[in-house]
Design a protein around this ligand. Structure first.
Ligand code: GH3
Ligand code: MG
Ligand code: MG
Length: 482
């Protein structure tokens, strides 16, 4: 019972310890992973995309500035915009040479919109689509970058560089510039999506999705209507912070936002943590499995060790070290049981007591170790001669007791004689010497009037008689009948 308690405590300690360390390492890893996503991966992606966009815009801005200061263009306008073919040829050359998506000029005087393929229309302040022109006309900086559908190209989403044009007296005379498709930005989005499983898209200041990759799975067109994002929309659109965490379709999603002033848009980079967390979860399961195996092995080993140790202790407590016969302490217990049993069941039992004759001489002649060998040999011989239910005990130095259960005096006498003879007949071999010893034996049978001492003193007397009567013999002492 105690042994099992210890095992239960060890198991519980191991299991609790293992589970705790495994869980702690799981949560630490997950926190590290999350901060890596939010502090590292997403901002880096956002930075990269932003710097690519800026790099892509650099050369169109330069081209547009050249167009705005081009003397041909300005002279042609000053001279009254006579031949439209001249300006469209110029715009076409710009478009072809610099591989832009479109190129244009809008005249302030005539409000005509010229582009590479001819005259498109006249811009009007009443037309919402032309609002950009009237905005640029009023603005202070030399140019703006604007993302709009291109009227000249089936309303393809286009990044326009709108550059103000002045005549030689610094008077505003129109707007020129080039347009680029958003395909480069789109390609960038795809690359990041494929390589890192990130979702990248742009929203305008109202939250409308303006640009996204091919596998964009959100159904709503505005983040205000998006699952998980709607509650964050206000913060995102006011640029309150740049990292967010939300649940969408049951997945924990990390979001990084960045305002792109060139477009007036927000760049949103999202990543779910499920895949990466899955790896950590697998590690957790493997950890727990290993821990379970270790626990089972440790508990088994402990059980085996404790059992073996306990057996050893039991042996030490009950047996005589030299001979392996029972010790006196054990004899007391068995003897007590035998007495009680005999009284209760009205059964009999007998006791044999024997002492080696002239043992001192053996020690003197052959040495103490030879004496030990003789003692061991006698125990072996005796054990071979008695029944399994009989119990041999080393009573003193070279004195032994045999408790014979359910055995009357006659049988006990026979047994004693057998023991005496077998010892006499089998000398002990020690370092080439043959040591023959004899034993004197006393026998007594239990009598219902016996207490603990009386039976033992009878058998002791019997042994004394055997010694007195010449040793190497068996004597009996019976209860004196009054
Ligand atoms: P007796 O026939 O009268 O019994 O003569 P004895 O020589 O056997 O006399 P006694 O019983 O007095 O001597 C017992 C001797 O047994 C003395 C002691 O040194 C020896 N002895 C007791 N225990 C051990 C033991 O464990 N090993 C050895 N080698 N000798 C022991
Ligand atoms: Mg003796
Ligand atoms: Mg003795």
């Amino acid at each position: 019972m105690k042994k099992n308690n210890q095992l239960v405590i060890i198991s519980v300690l191991l299991i609790v310890g293992f589970i705790l360390t495994s869980l702690i390492s799981y949560f630490v890893s997950r926190a590290a992973l999350r901060s890596q996503i939010t502090l590292n991966q997403l901002p880096l992606t956002s930075d990269n995309i932003y710097s690519e966009i800026q790099r892509d815009l650099l050369s169109p801005i330069f081209i547009s500035s050249l167009m705005a200061t081009n003397t041909f263009l300005r002279d042609w306008v000053i001279q009254g915009e006579k031949e439209a073919s001249q300006i469209t040829r110029y715009l076409k050359e710009i478009k072809q040479k610099y591989n832009t998506f479109t190129s244009f000029f809008v005249s302030e005087r005539t409000k005509i919109y010229y582009h590479a393929d001819g005259i498109l229309k006249k811009v009007s302040p009443n037309e919402a689509r032309d609002a950009w022109y009237f905005r640029v006309r009023e603005m202070a900086p030399d140019y703006e970058i604007n993302v709009d559908p291109d009227m000249a190209n089936k309303d393809t989403m286009t990044i326009f560089i709108n550059y103000r044009v002045y005549d030689y007296h610094n008077k505003f005379m129109g707007v020129t510039g080039v347009g680029l498709t958003v395909s480069t930005v789109k390609r960038l989005i795809e690359t990041y999506q494929e390589r890192y499983g990130r979702t990248i898209y742009f929203i305008d200041k109202q939250g409308n999705v303006q640009l996204h990759g091919t596998n964009f799975s959100r159904k709503a067109a505005n983040i205000l209507q998006m699952d998980g994002l709607s509650t964050l929309a206000a913060d995102i659109l006011s640029n309150k912070k740049d990292t967010y965490l939300f649940k969408s379709a049951g997945k924990t999603t990390h979001l990084n936002t960045r305002y792109i002033p060139e477009f007036g848009w927000y760049l949103l980079v999202e990543q779910t943590e499920e895949k990466a967390v899955q790896r950590i979860s697998q590690a957790l399961i493997i950890n727990l499995l290993i821990c379970a195996i270790i626990t089972v092995v440790v508990v088994l080993l402990t059980k085996i060790t404790i059992t073996a140790y306990q057996k050893k202790l039991e042996k030490m407590a009950t047996e005589d070290k030299l001979t392996g016969a029972y010790n006196r302490h054990t004899f007391d217990i068995i003897y007590d049981q035998a007495l009680k049993e005999a009284r209760r069941k009205q059964m009999t039992f007998s006791i044999i007591m024997f002492d080696i004759d002239n043992f001192k001489r053996v020690n003197d002649k052959f040495g103490h170790f030879a004496g030990d060998a003789v003692l061991k040999n006698i125990v072996a011989l005796t054990l071979a001669g008695i029944r399994e239910s009989d119990m041999l005990c080393r009573w003193g130095g070279e004195e032994f007791l045999i408790l014979l259960k359910e055995c009357d005096l006659t049988n006990a006498l026979g047994m004693a004689e057998k023991v005496r003879q077998s010892i006499k007949d089998a000398p002990t071999l020690y370092k080439g010497e043959q040591i023959t010893v004899t034993v004197s034996i006393g026998v007594a049978e239990y009598h219902p009037t016996d207490d603990e001492d009386s039976l033992l003193s009878r058998v002791d007397n019997a042994l004394f008689s055997a010694k007195a009567n010449g040793k190497d013999r068996v004597e009996v002492e019976t209860v004196a009948v009054l």
